[in-house]
Design a protein around this ligand. Structure first.
Ligand code: TXA
Ligand code: MG
Length: 365
C-alpha cells in the first residue's frame, strides 16, 4: 500500500487537508493523526472492515479493544448506554477534562461494532484536545476508532516520523502536525465498574479523578506488574478488573531495557556500577538519563539520551518515547533507564518505563 504524508498546521489545520483525510476515513481507509497525547491510527469506528484494518496494520491482538474518539460530549450518546448514575459521573468528568487526556470506559450501545471493543460490553471514549484530531472527526462526520499509531508492542509515536517508521506501506495517510504535546497516552478510567478504576495512569491523575467524582477511585491498574507477561489467565489477588491491554508487551524498544528505581543519589551509583560491569563484559551501553546525571553516564556509557530534568515530569513525558526510539537505533546491547519519582505525571511515566523494561527492574537502595 502506498502511504501518503500530508503536512498540516497543528493550530489551524486547513480544510482541504482535513477533507482529504476525512475522505480516506469515509472510504474505509486508515489515517494516522496527531493528538495532544500521542499519534493515533484512525478508522471509521462504525465500519467493521475499516476497524479490522487497524488490527492488521499494527499487528494488534484482536482481544485488545480500541478507544473511540469523538468531537463533542454529545457524540457519546449514540455510542454508550448509560444509566442515570453513570451518566452523572460521565458528564462531570467530560465537562471537567474534555477535550483532554482522559479516556472514559462506559457500557456500550448496540451501535458500536464488537470488533472495536474486542467483544467487551463496554466502550472506551475520548475527546482529544488537538485541532487536527477534532477537525478530522468533525470532517469525517463519524466517531474515529484509534489506538496509538505504533506497531503493536513498540513505543507510542509522538512525531509523524515515528508513525512513518512503524507503519509506512501499511496505512493510507499520515497527517504530520508536528510533535504531540504531552507525550504519554491518556489516563484510562473505567466507569462501568464500582468503584471506578484507573487501568492506565496518564496526565489526569487518580487523585484528581477521585476529587472530581467525590467517590473513591481505584488506582489498581497503576504500575502493576503483569504476573505472566502474556498470561491472559493471571488474576490479581484482589480480583479487580483489568484492561485487556495490560497483559501485552508494551512501549518496548527491541533492545533489552533495564529500569533502575530508587532514591536519585542511589540510582546514579547503582547505574554506574552496572554500566562498568556490562562494559567489562564487552557490551555496548545506552542510557536514558535525566539532565542531572547525564555527565556521569557520558563518561561511562556509549550513548546517552537526556529526557529532561528529574523534577520536570512534563518535559520527560514529552521526550520519553522519542528517546527510547532513538536509543533503539544505536545498536546497543542494553538500554539502562534511570527511574524518576512515581508521583503525578511521574506515575504515568514510570508505568510506561516499567513496561518498556518488561519489568526488568534494578532497585537501588
Ligand atoms: O492517548 C491515548 O489514549 C491514545 C490516543 C491516540 O488517543 N490512544 C491510545 O490507544 O493509547 P491504545 O489502543 O494504544 O490504548 C488503549 C488502551 C488499551 O490498553 C486498551 O486495552 C484499553 O485502552 N481499553 C480500550 N477499550 C477498553 C475497554 N472497553 N475496557 C478496558 N480497557 C479498554
Ligand atoms: Mg498503544
Amino acid at each position: 500500500m502506498l502511504t501518503r504524508m500530508l503536512p498540516i498546521d497543528a493550530h489551524s489545520p486547513d480544510d482541504e487537508a482535513l477533507h482529504t483525510a476525512a475522505d480516506v476515513l469515509q472510504k474505509g481507509g486508515l489515517v494516522a493523526f496527531p493528538t495532544e497525547t500521542v499519534y493515533g491510527l484512525g478508522a471509521d469506528a462504525l465500519d467493521e472492515a475499516a476497524v479490522e484494518r487497524i488490527f492488521v496494520a499494527k499487528g494488534r491482538p484482536a482481544d485488545n479493544p480500541l478507544i473511540v474518539h469523538v468531537a463533542s460530549i454529545a457524540d457519546v450518546d449514540e455510542l454508550a448506554s448509560l444509566n442515570d448514575g453513570m451518566r452523572r459521573r460521565f458528564e462531570k468528568l467530560a465537562q471537567r477534562y474534555w477535550p483532554g487526556p482522559l479516556t472514559i470506559i462506559v457500557p456500550k450501545s448496540a451501535h458500536v461494532p464488537d470488533i472495536v471493543t474486542a467483544g467487551l460490553p463496554s466502550v472506551a471514549v475520548r475527546m482529544p484536545d488537538h485541532p487536527v484530531a477534532l477537525g478530522l472527526i468533525r470532517a469525517a462526520g463519524r466517531p474515529v476508532a484509534a489506538p496509538s499509531a505504533n506497531r503493536s508492542g513498540r513505543p507510542s509515536p509522538t512525531d509523524a516520523s515515528h508513525v512513518w517508521h512503524d507503519l509506512a506501506g501499511r496505512i493510507d495517510l499520515v497527517l504530520d502536525g508536528g510533535s504531540a504535546n504531552i507525550g504519554v497516552e491518556s489516563t484510562v478510567l473505567d466507569l462501568s465498574v464500582e468503584p471506578p478504576i484507573v487501568h492506565r495512569p496518564g496526565a489526569v491523575t487518580v487523585d484528581e479523578l477521585a476529587s472530581t467524582l467525590q467517590v473513591p477511585v481505584y488506582g489498581g491498574g497503576v504500575s502493576e506488574p503483569d504476573a505472566g507477561g502474556q498470561d491472559a489467565g493471571a488474576q490479581r489477588a484482589n480480583d479487580a478488573p483489568r484492561s485487556p491491554g495490560v497483559k501485552y508487551e508494551h512501549y518496548a524498544p527491541v533492545t533489552p531495557c533495564v529500569l533502575v528505581e530508587g532514591k536519585a543519589e542511589r540510582i546514579e551509583e547503582a547505574l554506574l556500577e552496572a554500566i562498568s560491569e556490562a562494559k567489562a563484559a564487552g557490551e555496548r551501553i545506552a542510557v536514558l538519563s535525566t539532565e542531572e546525571t547525564a555527565h556521569a553516564y557520558r563518561r561511562a556509557a556509549d550513548v546517552v539520551c537526556v529526557a529532561g530534568s528529574r523534577n520536570d515530569h512534563r518535559t520527560i513525558a514529552y521526550n520519553v518515547y522519542r528517546c527510547l526510539r532513538q536509543l533503539d537505533q544505536c545498536e546497543a546491547d542494553i538500554i539502562f533507564i534511570e527511574g524518576i519519582a512515581p508521583e503525578g505525571l511521574g506515575e504515568a511515566i514510570m508505568n510506561r518505563l516499567r513496561r518498556a523494561a518488561g519489568y526488568r527492574i534494578m532497585h537501588a537502595h
